[in-house]
Design a protein around this ligand. Sequence first.
Ligand SMILES: [Zn+2]
Length: 258
Amino acid sequence: MYDAGNSGSYANTNGHANGHANGHTNGHIHKAGQYEGFETALLERPNGAAHRHGYPLLSQPANRTAEERKQAVEGAVREILMNVGEDPDRQGLQRTPHRVAKMWGEVLEGYEIDPVALVNGALFDVEYDEMVVVKDIEFFSMCEHHMLPFFGRAHVAYIPSDKVIGLSKIPRIVDMFARRLQVQERMTQEIAAMLEEVLGPQGVAVVVEGSHMCGMMRGVEKEHSRMVTTAMRGQFKTDRELRNEFMSHLQRPSGELR
Ligand SMILES: [Zn+2]
């Protein structure tokens, strides 16, 4: 028997107020529990309910199932093949739309990752106020202007106030923002902004070094195909010595940090 009493959100579909109180947004804040501040900050952004860090929420367009969206991408890839002068039915191309749709699902997987769930359970209270550095985080992203890869390394530092984050989470945060259509400048800022929101640290620094296929392949802007972007917040913005200390960590070859 269907037990309306246990179903929560659907117990009273006519009661508007009740329906709202049990709606997705409140449910989510409640689930996030100890990180309410972070969730609230996300929701306060313009169109907060539908956007996170300025991005459309998961699974757009919302009225299509995952399978319908995948098929639409396959159809679009087939259209591209035909319109660049190819025969999409020749043997080598028959499964190409399928493979491309699957691959895009993977390289753009960041849209499907919930940032709140990602950090949940990985924040720890500590008395530690020295610089934490995680460097040489490999990333692969897709430039939003050409849908071609850019890739390289991200380096992250922060100075805790009272919280630290599990070390494995920082590469996962980088990955979440990388696996979207991006420009490197914004990706750098987003990584810094998320750490700032989650940790409330005394300072955050992010340096990203990226090589851009769109510049490399076309050969027109060779000097722009390798790019370094930075985001300095809090003490890293105001304290030049601290900034230099972080930068000096990056000069050393990997493996010599400690
Ligand atoms: Zn590009």
